[in-house]
Design a protein around this ligand. Structure first.
Ligand code: FMN
Length: 369
């Protein structure tokens, strides 16, 4: 009997068919990850692995998904303007943000639903982000307590906060997150309610109920939230407070005046209000109002290293990615998350070299055609 056959039979008898299949899946996942060369490769691979319900949940946008499409298309329409004969033998991708030095300006945006994508869920993302040296923003709608996720993340973590109806619970949550080592708070301000998530809702019945230990009750979003509540939060937060979900330049002006530490230009991955502009199109207007007084970050549709350079050229200090690392998680758990970040980071370095911009400071509007 050939050796392979006998090994297979041994595994079959020792562990049953399930174990053999699992072993096979792991081997395939390991080699497959190395063969995935772009974030879009991960998207295609993830589609074959993630359950239909979870796929619809992570891929879907609001209503007709027009903004979802624009978030991508807008990047495709921005053209680059390279300089030649610049010494790019040494690239410096470091950025300083809120007293923290990041080796490169790409963070992992907060996303819920990670356990639907892979059984390791939040722990896989935390480990994968740490292995890639990337800062992870832990979501309020995580399926595990923030303390548990922060413990698994040996790298830097921030916390995304929904200011909930129960302000006492919210205050405790902030203190728990800070106590667990989260170094900044991203308060999501674009969600007095969630949008018409038709695609996700059509497939909702396919997913089990989730436990959301960092949220109180089902009806946790607070539509009464105003700038006064941001003042309240800043009154006791010990870490920098950022507002996530600013699109309107007028709101950016108020944000700076209110004393927050930073802004994240975001349309919630096109999941809330359809037909708002692509974030990369709102970014320069926001950056113009902020005029360098506080850092501006951006998320939404970033899939290529050239997108990162475009975002920085239009005024971002750093970018965040959402769906792409969930694809990585779905394909190969923590390893997939790490690889997604590494691919994007490498592409960003290639874009810097090929445009003749060896430092972050050298990336400005002049890199755009
Ligand atoms: C499945 C999923 C869950 C999300 N959950 C949250 C969340 O809990 N809190 C939040 O502020 N944003 C959440 N977002 C929005 C992301 O933080 C981010 O703004 C967006 O995904 C960026 O766009 P991209 O996915 O095109 O990269 C979620 C996005 C997705 C796709």
């Amino acid at each position: 009997m050939p050796r392979l056959r006998s090994r297979r039979n041994f595994l079959l008898s020792a562990f049953g068919l399930g174990a053999v299949e699992q072993l096979h899946a792991q081997v395939v996942a390991g080699s497959e990850v190395d063969g995935l060369l772009s974030l879009f490769d991960f998207e295609a691979a993830a589609h074959t692995r993630i359950s239909h319900g979870a796929w619809e949940r992570i891929q879907g946008g609001a209503a007709d998904e027009i903004t979802l499409r624009w978030n991508r298309e807008a990047y495709d329409h921005i053209r680059l303007k390279p300089r030649v004969l610049v010494d790019v033998s040494k690239l410096d991708t470091r950025v300083k943000l809120f007293g923290q030095e990041l080796p490169f300006p790409i963070l992992l945006a907060p996303t819920g639903a990670q356990r639907f994508v892979h059984p390791d869920g939040e722990l896989g993302v935390a480990r994968g982000a740490a292995a890639a040296n990337a800062t992870l923003v832990i979501s309020s709608s995580a399926s595990m307590r923030v303390e548990e996720i922060a413990r698994a993340a040996t790298g830097p973590v921030w916390f995304q906060l929904y200011v909930q109806r129960d302000r006492g619970f919210t205050r405790d949550l902030v203190q728990r997150a800070e106590g667990a080592g989260c170094r900044a708070l991203c308060v999501t301000v674009d969600s007095p309610t969630f949008g018409a998530r038709n695609r996700e809702n059509r497939a909702k019945g396919e997913l089990p109920e989730r436990e959301l230990p960092n949220l109180k009750g089902k009806d946790y979003l607070d539509p009464t939230l105003t700038w006064k509540d941001i003042d309240w939060l800043r009154g006791f937060a010990r870490t920098p407070v950022l507002l996530k979900g600013i699109l309107n330049p007028e709101d950016a002006t108020i944000a700076v005046r209110s004393g927050v530490a930073g802004i994240i230009v975001s349309n919630h991955g096109a999941r809330n209000l359809d037909t708002v502009p692509a974030t990369i199109d709102a970014l320069p207007l926001v950056a113009d109002k902020v005029a360098g007084r506080i850092p501006v970050l951006v998320d939404g549709g970033i899939r290529r290293g050239t997108d990162v350079i475009k975002a920085i050229a239009r005024g971002a200090s750093a970018v965040q990615i959402g769906r792409p690392y969930l694809w990585g998680l779905g394909v190969a758990g923590a390893k997939g998350v790490t690889r997604v970040v590494e691919v994007l980071r490498k592409e960003f370095e290639l874009a810097m070299a090929l445009t003749g911009r060896p430092t972050i400071a050298s990336i400005d509007k002049s890199v755009l055609w």
